[in-house]
Design a protein around this ligand. Sequence first.
Ligand SMILES: [Mn+2]
Length: 274
Amino acid sequence: MAVYAVGDIQGCYDPLRKLLDQVKFDPSSDTLYCVGDLVNRGPKSLKTLHFLMSLDDACVSVLGNHDIHLLAMIYGLRQPRATDTLDKILAAPDVSQIGDWLRSKPLLEVNKKRRMVVCHAGIYPWWSLKFARKRCNEVEAVFKDKEQCIDLLGKIYSNKPLRWSSDLTKTQRCRFTINALTRMRFCSPKGRLNFKDNGYVGMVTDTRVPWFDFNNPGLSGWRVVFGHWSSLGLLIRPKLLGLDTGCVWGRELTLAKIPKSIDGPIKLYSQKNN
Ligand SMILES: [Mn+2]
């Protein structure tokens, strides 16, 4: 009945399997939460997806920006970038099922018993958990319908709107939600998402603050588990767990055993990519 969370896998299949062996992961009783970015840049994206799909309900994953990029490529909406390593997936006989599986994944997962919220990049600091779930549900409902999903994927590649407001159109709301949940690192104190800087914490200024450094009473009583920020590395605070430890960049993949109590100690395991 153990609950684990793993950082950005990005096709690093071998360290993932080693970590699961190390903790004797049992898919019939344990659960593995993935913070998203299951694929791309790493060596074995297709194998990673097939393995995670085989875990069925024992794997709970949220979508990361690379997973959404893959979806857009599967549906012919995006051209490959030089750093992409998605060719094998795109040529796979079951690429359409892979697309269906990815589309069914949420942007936000909640484990009530462990008081844990899982997302790829973070939660917009001006949103309560309840409101964030409402926003994510709106996107997830669109993704579940293939035609609507394709239509939305064709419209999300823009940074705007940078700031949430209640008078956005549905497309703007969905784009903002996807950008916040899967790409955000810094926000301005006035609530603008900052996509200009890809991330050194040394870049923090009065106008560029990590999303998790804003006080958000709407998340009190919850532990947020996220990835996406490899230059941050492992981040452990009482209510925060950042798990992107840059496996795909030659560092390591991190697996965390989530304690039953929110105040309990987190056990960490890590494996390099060879
Ligand atoms: Mn990411």
